[in-house]
Design a protein around this ligand. Structure first.
Ligand code: NAD
Length: 430
């Protein structure tokens, strides 16, 4: 099939590349000239394990192209995917500016039947908005389909090629259903066909439930901590209940961040309120998360009551491991507080320091290695659970730190072992 993917960010680039890998002819377009230039020069603008090789192979085999000519790419696609950003507006609602821009470009360039697919995460009703914009200028046949994306950054290729499910919201047109079925057939996963609105809600409801699980376990972790229980064991015990499930998102830590959960929870709150319903659960989810992010600062102060003038090491800047995505990362909230308290921040992240430099203001020293960051530090704060931190030489860490203080916001070490090694070690809910 001829596929056009408009928006070559984390989702557009990965899904476009995976569609090419499945044998389709794919054009990925973007208005960001720098991004497309990087791709056309053989580079990859984001960090995503395995992506570079996949792009290289599909470009070489002529199935994958990158362009800034969005209009032309729209003309060429039998199926046009909208994969642009939907960032939060001031009131928390999803800003549909980019989606509407693409819809206008489609309206100006559509000449024959096409399926327009909303892959961006969009509030319920957006399918109708996109249809309306196209219909104003084009009287021919087309279908607007909702096909939300569930990939996880850091595992994006696996998730794209082996998804738990594919959701396709369609207004009942058999032609669109048949083509979408054909496109996803090689993936051999359950395909759920729904109406457009249900598909739009499935995406927000799924992310919001995952965020709820995180905030739920974090709330319980505060109880666990007060009474001297172990939140990891609590989660383990809960997951053995089949109704909760072994894959439940019950990872206690210093809160969720990233490009999806925070904005999607906000947007769903906004939508729910818009229909006169009280979003009581999701408001609590946000409240717990905000508390949890800054809880690492209170823990740090238990170990180092006066931060002014002290060197504090931070391991992990991206919102989670295996990505360089800094959107709503916990580090963006924690580091400014450390700086405000007068701490000298020495940060290390295996891949996202360059991204962090663009966003983080204030005096942060970016280090080349994890060990360099902790040399002579009054404490170490762990904000992202990169594998290399889990495998670190703990004896060396103890020697390098000025005082063996560690606040582990991601529970990567065993408290008993850390105590035996002589660390003052605080983690979450243990
Ligand atoms: P992103 O910011 O990485 O990429 C969006 C891209 O769209 C940018 O490169 C931007 O330049 C481009 N763009 C904006 N306007 C354009 C236009 N008019 N024409 C062509 N290109 C245009 O965003 P992302 O993380 O890929 O997310 C895209 C959507 O997918 C969002 O709605 C997001 O919620 C959803 N989503 C993201 C993830 C994820 O893990 N990042 C997962 C599932 C769903």
């Amino acid at each position: 099939m001829k596929i056009s993917v408009v928006g070559t960010g984390y989702v557009g680039l990965v899904t476009g590349t995976c569609f090419a890998e499945l044998g389709n002819d794919v054009i990925c377009s973007d208005i960001d000239q720098k991004k497309i230039a990087v791709l056309n020069n053989g580079g990859v603008p984001i960090y995503e394990p395995g992506l570079e090789e996949l792009i290289e192979r599909n470009v070489k085999e002529g199935r994958l192209l990158f362009t800034t000519d969005v209009a032309d790419s729209v003309k060429q696609g039998e199926i046009v995917f909208i994969a642009v950003g939907t960032p939060p507006g001031e009131d928390g609602s999803a800003d549909l500016k980019y989606v509407k821009d693409v819809a206008r470009t489609i309206a100006d360039n559509i000449e024959q039947y096409k399926i327009i697919v909303n892959k961006s995460t969009v509030p319920v009703g957006t399918g109708d908005i996109v249809s309306g914009i196209i219909r104003e200028k084009y009287q021919g046949e087309f279908d607007v389909v909702s096909n939300p994306e569930f990939l996880r950054e850091g595992n994006a290729i696996h998730d794209c090629l082996h998804p738990d499910r594919v959701v396709i919201g369609n207004c009942g047109n058999k032609r669109a259903e048949k083509m979408m079925k054909m496109l996803y057939k090689p993936l051999k996963c359950p395909i759920l066909f729904t109406d457009v609105k249900s598909a739009e809600i499935i995406k927000y409801a799924s992310n919001s439930l995952l965020a709820t699980e995180i905030s739920f376990i974090n709330n319980i972790s505060n109880l666990s901590e007060k009474v001297g229980a172990d939140i990891n064991k609590i989660a383990e015990g809960m997951k053995l209940d089949h109704r909760i499930g072994k894959s439940a998102f019950l990872n206690a830590g210093c809160g969720y961040g990233g490009s999806c959960f925070p904005k999607d929870v906000k947007a769903l709150i906004n939508t729910i309120k818009g229909y006169g319903i009280d979003p009581v659960i999701l408001e609590a989810v946000e409240e717990v998360n905000n508390f949890q992010k800054l809880s690492v600062i209170s823990k740090l102060k238990q170990l180092v009551p006066e931060l002014n003038g002290k060197k504090v090491a931070v391991w992990g800047l991206s919102f989670k491991p295996n990505t360089d995505d800094m959107r709503e990362a916990v580090s963006l909230e924690v580091i400014p507080v450390l700086i405000k308290e007068g701490a000298k921040v020495f940060a290390f992240d295996p891949v996202s320091s360059e991204e962090a430099k663009k966003i983080l203001t204030g005096d942060v020293s970016y280090c080349e290695t994890s060990y360099q960051a902790i040399e002579g530090a009054a404490a170490l704060l762990i904000l992202t659970e990169w594998d290399e931190f889990k495998q670190v030489d703990k004896k060396k860490v103890k020697e390098l730190l000025k005082t063996p203080n560690i606040v582990d916001g991601r529970n990567i070490f065993d408290p008993k072992e850390m105590k035996e090694l002589g660390f003052n070690y605080l983690s979450i809910g243990r």
